[in-house]
Design a protein around this ligand. Sequence first.
Ligand SMILES: NC(=O)c1ccc[n+]([C@@H]2O[C@H](COP(=O)([O-])OP(=O)(O)OC[C@H]3O[C@@H](n4cnc5c(N)ncnc54)[C@H](O)[C@@H]3O)[C@@H](O)[C@H]2O)c1
Length: 261
Amino acid sequence: MGKLDGRVVVITGAARGQGEQEARLFVAEGARVVIGDVLDEQGAALAAELGEDAARYVHLDVVREDDWAAAVAAAKDAFGKIDGLVANAGILRFNALTATPLEEFLKVMQVNQVGCFLGIRTVAPEIAAAGGGTIVNTASYTGVTGMAYVGAYAASKHAVLGLTRVAALELAAQGIRVNAVCPGAVDTPMTNPAALDPDADPEASARAVDALYRKLVPMGRIGRPEEIARLALFLTCDDSSYITGQPFVVDGGWLAGVALG
Ligand SMILES: NC(=O)c1ccc[n+]([C@@H]2O[C@H](COP(=O)([O-])OP(=O)(O)OC[C@H]3O[C@@H](n4cnc5c(N)ncnc54)[C@H](O)[C@@H]3O)[C@@H](O)[C@H]2O)c1
């Protein structure tokens, strides 16, 4: 018996990183998943690996209404219903606020905030029609506190928590629980872009990442995407049956305060 037997969950940004691990874990727990992303090759390869009975890939740019409509149609066509959404797609840009071009600020807002809004707006009626279910939005440590040089990103993630709370209030009567994960630093291409650079020395880049988080995070290490997936699983399955409208920080103690030494 899996924790998600019989469930059908759309996961955005699932071609790699945390979303990929969420897709893998959810399938292992009995769910069928629809992997949405803009990285078509990687997303399709993951779906093929997980098998046609358990996973489908759809091209889903989360800022496009028509892509959302097509993704819902494809999910229902493949698996008959949708009763879960993990809104995980996101992008990060580093810049001082006073140096951030408007275009960059709006791009981050579009993907992280508007993408999440469109996901809720498009998928919640389907979840309600299926008799209820869950939505898990991916916010961030920077959704609950500030961090220099990620102003657009932090603003967008604070907004995701606002959407989460309002959606929880509005959708509770339809049997839909809505929560948010707030990861600290997690070892994915987002935090370690050198991992994607064919010219970078992967060992040197891994050493630099390790050294940084050994100092910053009380638990002394960066998080693993599998550890975020387990929180998303908890919030998607019945173990969290009386929880809605909440942010959950998963950060190795980073937010707890200032660690000396
Ligand atoms: N890695 C971290 O330290 C960290 C910390 C806090 C929050 N997060 C959040 O976790 C989520 C997953 O990030 P990750 O760490 O796995 O990074 P990642 O860059 O590996 O994964 C992000 C995924 O989102 C996809 N994506 C980007 N724009 C998209 C769009 N417009 N439509 C659909 N898909 C799109 C990417 O193609 C990629 O597959 C993001 O929302 C991110 O902001 C990450």
